[in-house]
Design a protein around this ligand. Structure first.
Ligand code: CU
Length: 125
């Protein structure tokens, strides 16, 4: 093998590693911060998915998720967090606050009306 071939090989391996990491790597989660109202607050932008799509909160303290939908596709129009009995419509361009107090710890999925776009709410004890 000459230098160019080795270069191509290393490049290829790096690309594979990146692809694996991108799809299967650990997802960073974002912690909700306690805001002025005393609730753990975080803004979630809805655009081709949820950002952040993994949110960490503490159990037993009020949570306020400010969902902001910045896309017109009807897919993400509805937001469902079934484990806490929440179902909300997210009009485009508006910030919709979703407030509740998580009374149980664990990982809970929130998703669109068709269960296609998903995010995780991690409730720590
Ligand atoms: Cu959908």
């Amino acid at each position: 093998m000459d230098t160019a071939q080795i270069g191509v090989l290393i490049g290829g391996l790096a690309l594979i590693a990146f692809t694996l990491w991108f799809f299967f790597g650990p997802r960073a989660s974002e912690k909700a911060a306690v805001g002025t109202g005393g609730a753990q607050e975080i803004t979630v932008v809805v655009k081709g998915g949820y950002s952040p799509d993994r949110i960490e909160v503490k159990r037993g303290q009020r949570v306020r998720l400010n969902f902001r939908r910045e896309e017109s596709t009807s897919c993400t129009e509805q937001l469902i967090l079934g484990d806490f009995g929440i179902s909300k419509m997210l009009p485009q361009g508006q910030t919709v606050p979703i407030e509740f107090t998580p009374d149980k710890a664990g990982e809970f999925t929130f998703h669109c009306g068709m269960n296609m776009v998903r995010g995780k709410l991690v409730v720590d004890d």
